[in-house]
Design a binder for this molecule. Structure first.
Ligand SMILES: CSCCC(=O)C(=O)COP(=O)(O)O
Ligand code: ZN
Length: 204
């Protein structure tokens, strides 16, 4: 348990994501849960690698509405969905990496299946490289409410853990706190890089 305020941890995570090149230009969005009702979400249209505390906006988790007149992320509805689906979720990170963007397009199926990688064990609850981790892939849409509804339906039928991919768009992942969300993001991104390399090499 860290003494650093969760919002400061999130700002640090945004800078780390920016330095990695995982949220180019204005891509990506990040949030942290304040309490059962409210989350703090990045303001829309900003460079997420240079955010400060003032760039986060209080949003009502039940309605996805900002408490102020400011405009939170265009993907607010996906963050609030995760906080509603998973009361234990404390932070949500959405990135636009090349690996997530390309792999989610190349993968024709409904999920990216990760199997045989020791690094799967960086994901909470994974203890064996021989298990299969399924990261669902949803077709991208500009209708975030419809997308949220589709993801909610999926979660009612199948286990939804760690994160999901939006086809040709990026990864959204979460954790109990910023630290766990960062670990899931870093682990998944490593696995995506391996999977992209494996597919390239095995097809030659
Ligand atoms: C060029 S980024 C397009 C929108 C997007 O996918 C994203 O992650 C950033 O949107 P936001 O409103 O959160 O800035
Ligand atoms: Zn995005």
């Amino acid at each position: 348990m860290s003494d650093i305020h969760p919002l400061d941890q999130l700002v640090a995570a945004c800078h780390w994501i920016g330095a990695k090149g995982w949220a180019p230009a204005t891509g990506g969005n990040m949030s942290v849960r304040q309490d059962a009702q409210i989350c703090l979400l990045s303001e829309s249209g900003k460079d997420k690698g240079t955010l400060t505390r003032d760039d986060f906006i209080q949003v009502d988790i039940a309605t996805s509405q900002a408490l102020s007149g400011r405009k939170p992320s265009a993907e607010t509805g996906l963050h609030t969905l995760i906080y509603r689906l998973f009361p234990e979720a404390g932070a949500v990170l959405h990135t636009h990496t090349v690996n997530a963007t390309v792999l989610s397009r190349v993968e024709q199926g409904a999920a990216l299946l990760l199997h045989g990688y020791e690094m799967q064990k960086t994901l909470t609850g994974q203890h064996n490289h021989l298990d299969t981790v399924a990261i669902p892939v949803f077709d991208n849409s500009q209708d975030i409410a419809a997308l949220a509804s589709e993801i909610e339906d999926y979660a009612a039928r199948f286990p939804l853990r760690y994160g999901f991919l939006l086809r040709g768009h990026g990864l959204t992942c979460w954790g109990r706190d910023v630290s766990e969300a960062r670990r899931q993001l870093e682990g998944l991104e490593f696995l995506f890089e391996c999977e992209r390399q494996r597919r390239l090499l095995e097809n030659t």
